[in-house]
Design a binder for this molecule. Structure first.
Ligand code: NAP
Length: 242
């Protein structure tokens, strides 16, 4: 058996239309999985890059949106990638920006995990969950209070779900990406001062690429990581080691 093969498995990736989610969907497909490319925007472009793929409209404006997603098809691997960020000084931060981020980044992740686990347990099957955390699962950041709270929450939730579900056949882990080249970070990379400050702190000396996260997601979805449980794995070029 190839410990990194996902042949015969079905994976569902949220926010699969772009950025890290798209790279993860493509990498899981390349490892042999059938991939359900889920998003609020069209995931047709992503699905076209994958041998065995389908698209699913999933908008976490309703954090319970995935409640039925696992009834229509057996899913073995869930990657909770969709996420948003809102920036403002904490003294001015609005309830709207607090709730919007917490709903997509944390509440939707929990209830999507719950729907996935119910379906896996009902099938008496095994499963893998990969949550996308952040450096702000460990650090405080600045002017992003709801994002930091949500990503700290993802780290805690990953450990809690591991404790409840590892013995029931679902491994739950998270990836904490460092600074990755996506739409999300375009403004930072375009600012020469911020770009230099960031690069100066990354021991690897470069921004991360979506593929760096995607290959780690393949590992955490594959039998190779069966004894990895409740981990929040930094994929940050060494940022947190500084
Ligand atoms: P991105 O390019 O902005 O992608 C975010 C994804 O989330 C998009 O597919 C987006 O869909 C989806 N999404 C947002 N709101 C949604 C909703 N209500 N329902 C369904 N999908 C929704 O950002 P990215 O950099 O690839 O980020 C992916 C994940 O990595 C996020 O969880 C982010 O926090 C995390 N992360 C990124 C970095 C980085 O440096 N890039 C670092 C640490 C963690 P639309 O395209 O339709 O908006």
């Amino acid at each position: 058996m190839n410990a990194f093969s996902l042949a015969g498995k079905t994976a569902l990736v949220t926010g699969a239309n772009t950025g890290i989610g798209q790279a993860i969907a493509v990498a899981l497909g390349r490892a042999g999985a059938h991939v359900v490319c889920a998003g609020r925007s069209s995931c047709d472009d992503t699905a076209a890059m994958i041998d065995k793929a389908e698209v699913l409209n999933l908008d976490f404006a309703d954090p319970m949106a995935a409640r039925d997603a696992f009834d229509a098809r057996p899913v073995d691997i869930l990657v909770n990638n969709a996420g948003i960020i809102r920036r403002a000084d904490s003294v001015d931060f609005t309830e709207t920006d607090w709730d919007a981020v917490m709903d997509v980044n944390l509440k939707a992740v929990f209830f999507t995990c719950q729907a996935f686990a119910k379906a896996v347990f009902a099938r008496k099957a095994r499963g893998k969950i990969v949550n996308i955390a952040s450096l702000l699962s460990f650090q405080g950041g600045i002017r992003v209070p709801s994002y930091t709270a949500s990503k700290h929450g993802i780290a805690g939730l990953t450990k809690l779900l591991c404790n409840e579900w590892a013995a029931r056949g679902i491994t739950v882990n998270a990836i904490a990406p460092g600074y990755i080249e996506t739409n999300n970070t375009q403004a930072l990379r375009a600012d020469p001062d911020r770009n230099k400050a960031i690069l100066d702190r990354i021991p690897a000396g470069r921004w991360g690429r979506p593929e760096d996260i995607a290959e780690t997601a393949v590992y955490l979805s594959a039998p190779a990581s069966d004894y990895v449980n409740g981990a929040v794995l930094n994929v940050d070029g060494g940022w947190l080691a500084r």
